[in-house]
Design a protein around this ligand. Sequence first.
Ligand SMILES: Nc1ncnc2c1ncn2[C@@H]1O[C@H](COP(=O)(O)OP(=O)(O)OP(=O)(O)O)[C@@H](O)[C@H]1O
Length: 235
Amino acid sequence: MQQQINISQRDLSGETLISLQNIKKSYGSKEVLRGINLEIKKGDRIGVIGTNGAGKSTLSEVISGIRKPSSGNLDVAKNTLVGIQFQQSKYPVGITVYDLIKYYLEVYHIEIRKSELDDLMMKYQIIEFKNRAVEKLSGGQQQRVNILLSLIHNPDLVIFDEISTGLDIEVRQEIFDFIEENVIQKNKSLMLVTHNMNEIEEMCNKFIYVDNGVIVEEGMVADIVAKYGSVQNYT
Ligand SMILES: Nc1ncnc2c1ncn2[C@@H]1O[C@H](COP(=O)(O)OP(=O)(O)OP(=O)(O)O)[C@@H](O)[C@H]1O
């Protein structure tokens, strides 16, 4: 049977950036998303919780537009820019950090002064290895590059998938401060896929709990904290 997929960029009502209705995604015969309904509004910071294999990364990839759903409706408000930091990234062999960043700047037509770019690379603590090939970096160094690239075009919605993997405490704090300043304080939207409940409490105002390809619970982080003392106690 032919499944119906509708993906459209259009004017959405109010503050809605992205709307998913009955989104399903299968890999072969395996149905990984089984009917997701979700509305992402301007300023929403949604923590995505769930067990391994629940479908969280697949959902992130569908929302970012990089993976096509098998069926359902995906509406994106006109001119919405999305950024995504993947859990695992592979770049062309031999390309340097600096050339990769310059490539992203060109693709998004972003004009930035050399001094600004140096400041940014300093903040992410990647300046010292900017001329090294990306595949030669450590996991944490690559993660810093991935996070920088997910935010470089100043997206309306940014999706982080296990953002803290490989980051030491000091770099993590720098990056979280940058996100606070450039995403949270600017009332932009974010989705944070994580197994770390403290991160959800720190960065998110909403949460969804994904189990076996469906959202089984959703609500406000403040309500969870009021009821259970912390998000940690809720899960
Ligand atoms: N490209 C793919 N081809 C086939 N199966 C896939 C593919 N990507 C993911 N899967 C399968 O889909 C299911 C959901 O995977 P997904 O990565 O979306 O879950 P997740 O909730 O993000 O898991 P985790 O917490 O372990 O990262 C898993 O069983 C996974 O093996």
